[in-house]
Design a protein. Structure first.
Length: 148
């Protein structure tokens, strides 16, 4: 009598020609992604945590060295910028480029909560770790509650 058929059932897709359209989109995105350099602003996975004495920022920057990354702390704003160019040796042409250039910038507003003189940064195993010591007036203080 009446048969329920999902829109994405194979016979319905074939009848509408959706398989061909989806294959076209797949091909389009594969071609588009092949030689486009990756330029991202703020797309680097990062984690900012707060401890008793400091803030710790960890950002994933695989393949970057200390020469590729710049860390600035100015007027309460922590800015991380990095750039990795991909160069083809002179006299050669790139036949296929799967490793693209990388450029990003990310800013965290911390205000006057950190001591710039006690800030450190290091890269190890593709992770940038920035340790920001809290300013003296920002350290955690427990306030006892009295019963009256």
């Amino acid at each position: 009598m009446f048969e329920y058929r999902n829109f994405l059932d194979r016979p319905a897709r074939d009848a509408l020609g959706l398989d061909e359209v989806l294959r076209g989109f797949d091909q389009l995105f594969r071609e588009f992604d092949r030689d486009v350099p990756l330029t991202s602003f703020g797309a680097v996975p990062a984690q900012l945590t707060e401890e008793d004495e400091r803030f710790v920022l960890k950002a994933e920057v695989p393949g970057l060295t200390d020469k590729d990354v710049k860390v600035d702390l100015h007027d309460g704003a922590l800015t991380i910028t990095a750039e990795r160019p991909v160069e083809v040796p002179e006299g050669y042409a790139a036949r296929r480029r799967e490793r693209s250039a990388l450029k990003f910038s990310r800013t965290y507003i911390l205000g006057d909560r950190v001591d710039p003189e006690k800030t450190t940064a290091e890269i190890k195993d593709g992770v940038l770790t920035v340790s920001l010591a809290k300013a003296a007036n920002q350290k955690k203080k427990s306030i006892p509650v009295k019963v009256s």
